[in-house]
Design a protein around this ligand. Sequence first.
Ligand SMILES: Nc1ncnc2c1ncn2[C@@H]1O[C@H](COP(=O)(O)OP(=O)(O)OP(=O)(O)O)[C@@H](O)[C@H]1O
Ligand SMILES: [Mg+2]
Length: 250
Amino acid sequence: MSASSTKPVVRISDLHKSFADQVVLDGLNLEVQAGECLGIMGGSGTGKSVALRHVIGLMQPDSGRVEVFGREVAGLSANELRALRRRVGYVFQEGALVGWMTVEDNLALPLRERGKLSEPQIAERVAEALETVHVVGAGQKFPSEISGGMKKRVSIARALITKPELVLYDEPNAGLDPEISRSINALMREVSEKLGVTSLVVEHRVECLRRVADRVLFIHEGKALVNDITASFFQPSHPRLMAFLGHEQE
Ligand SMILES: Nc1ncnc2c1ncn2[C@@H]1O[C@H](COP(=O)(O)OP(=O)(O)OP(=O)(O)O)[C@@H](O)[C@H]1O
Ligand SMILES: [Mg+2]
């Protein structure tokens, strides 16, 4: 864990979360520094999405602290929480595009909600976003008319369109073919490196995290079992992580 004196963008300390008698997070600790890209790995159902939801206050801790931009999320008023969410882009695992809106309108939605830009300014920003994720020409289509890979790209564009300081990606590669995965990975790396955006990427795929993450954390039994810089993470000495990666690479 970094000993940097600057405050981390995200700090989760001793986070516990259960659903009825199912313990999901059992003392999770993690930090993401400004500009850093942290990968989160772990088996299905280990609480990766649950951890992300805490970051934007969609879930409340049973105990422990979640601090984002230096403020404890649980202590925020409704207005402050809204302000925090405006600074964060969220690429949901399910994509979550609005089915009855065109791609362009999906992208414009967060900007219109904010009400700060004129329609011509919004149109310009939407065109720019489509170019960034290489989905030019699909603006007038509906989500059902574009491929899974394009939907993912549009979801990423929507998360980035408000120029967030922090982006949370929940399995951005799920269901994508290797070629599209590679371009999504390149895009995430670009956002992190060129724009200096702090990122948290939940992902199973070794190839993705190798390319994208600066550091990777492995969640097991509700805790961060391994938290390492990317290169050493993939040459693990911990038996549980070795077993997990062994299955991955087959
Ligand atoms: N709102 C909820 N109510 C009850 N149980 C929940 C809720 N949200 C998550 N869970 C449970 O918590 C556990 C962790 O869920 P989570 O979605 O975080 O898994 P995950 O690590 O993201 O898995 P995957 O890799 O499959 O996406 C699961 O057993 C899930 O059923
Ligand atoms: Mg999940």
